[in-house]
Design a protein around this ligand. Structure first.
Ligand code: SF4
Ligand code: SF4
Length: 370
């Protein structure tokens, strides 16, 4: 049976540090022994301030570094951002300042190793630092995600796939969310972090995971040796049917989740959390899938008044479906695979997913009659 520990906290470091240390001790932090190499993997998606709730908070990274040092081990903080330089993210997020007095290596993932994660993907490239570390500490942020509903503990490990290979995997899994979720689950299983501590102190609701989401104070740290148990516990806290979070559903189907979870501490009940609008990407009779995909699926759209023509969405799009004629974003929906990477990286919140009136009408009709 997995144990999940819940601790109430704010980001005030005098409150957070003891809460974090106590949580780690409770879930088995003594596993970190002197002279071991410990990889700390926060969510460092893109340059963002702590108030935007896009990234793992700098004080949680700092507390983790100090805990690892307290155990006599050697910490390294790494990720592979979707957008912006690693150095810029350290600066804007405040993580660089938070850990500058500590004996810690902060560096972007650079080299990959070819790792067999099993069928149907077989060999994928995963950051060597994550594979070779003695211990991995996973520090996800509790955020919504316009493609996968939420991004929690299991999904945070996808950041160990370096740079351009992330959108490449989006392209290969196409519009099949379940297949993408399986990739996330198998990647997590292969890296197998020893600890997952979720930053739910200032979470994000609405159209996350980037600047389009809305910060939402929940005031909790949720920790476990098992990220599946953390993710299932978040579903329970947010009153979300776990079948709707595909990484949980697939892990359950694969027998990776023990539904008997011991919860230590008070789990809040949150009944009004705002989830993003996520509609099925493939529905209806198979014969209509081509037509539905082209004309009726939820699609990324741009608010050209908010867009600053920075081209980050163009750079990340794995399908080459975005152009910028006359400083106005244009989508080629025939090419677009609906991975929503563009929405994820837009630094100005100019993109969101939208379903056309015809799409909504046809989807409901199909759901009723087939
Ligand atoms: S346009 Fe956006 S949603 Fe479509 S393939 Fe490109 S990045 Fe993905
Ligand atoms: S939509 Fe966002 S990411 Fe794309 S060019 Fe405009 S501001 Fe940049």
């Amino acid at each position: 049976m997995a144990t999940v520990v819940i601790r109430k906290s704010s980001y005030d470091y005098n409150t957070l540090r003891p809460a974090f240390f106590e949580l780690m001790n409770t879930i088995g932090g003594s596993l970190i022994t002197p002279d071991t190499r410990v990889l700390i993997k926060p969510n460092l998606l893109s340059p963002a301030t702590p108030q935007q709730a896009v990234l793992t908070h700098p004080h949680i990274v700092k507390a983790t570094v100090e805990y690892v040092l307290h155990r006599g081990a050697h910490p390294q903080v790494s990720d592979s951002p979707a957008m912006g330089s690693f150095e810029k993210i350290l600066k804007i997020s405040g993580i660089g300042d938070a850990v500058k007095e500590s004996d810690v290596i902060c560096k972007e993932f650079e080299r990959s190793a070819s790792i067999d994660i099993g069928e149907p993907f077989r060999t994928i490239e995963i950051a060597e630092d994550a594979i070779n570390a003695d211990i991995v500490i996973n520090l996800p942020k509790l955020k919504t995600h316009s493609q996968m509903l939420l991004t929690l503990g299991v999904k945070n490990m996808f950041g160990c796939i370096i740079g351009y290979r992330k959108p490449e995997w989006h392209l290969r899994t196409g519009v099949n969310r379940a297949l993408f979720a399986k990739l996330l689950v198998l990647t997590y299983q292969r890296i197998n972090p020893s600890f997952t501590i979720l930053d739910g102190i200032l979470a994000m609701e609405g159209e996350g995971p980037g600047s389009g989401g809305i910060p939402r104070a929940l005031g909790v740290l949720i920790g476990s040796r098992d990220a599946h148990a953390v993710d299932s516990t978040v579903c329970r806290m947010l009153r979300l049917d776990p079948e709707r979070l595909l990484t949980v559903k697939i892990a359950r189907d694969m027998g990776l989740i023990d539904d008997k979870i011991e919860i230590v501490g008070h789990l809040p009940k949150i009944t009004d959390f705002k989830f993003p609008v996520v509609v099925p990407l493939v529905y209806g009779p198979r014969i209509l899938h081509g037509f539905i995909r082209k004309h009726l699926l939820q699609r990324p759209v741009c608010d050209n008044n908010t867009c600053r023509a920075c081209e980050e969405c163009i750079n990340i799009c794995p399908a080459g479906a975005i152009s910028l004629p006359a400083k106005m974003i244009r989508f080629d929906y025939n090419r677009c695979i609906r991975c929503y990477c563009c929405i994820e990286v837009c630094p100005y919140g100019a993109l969101h997913a939208s379903e056309s009136f015809a799409g909504r009408f046809v989807r409901r009709a199909i759901a009723r009659y087939f």
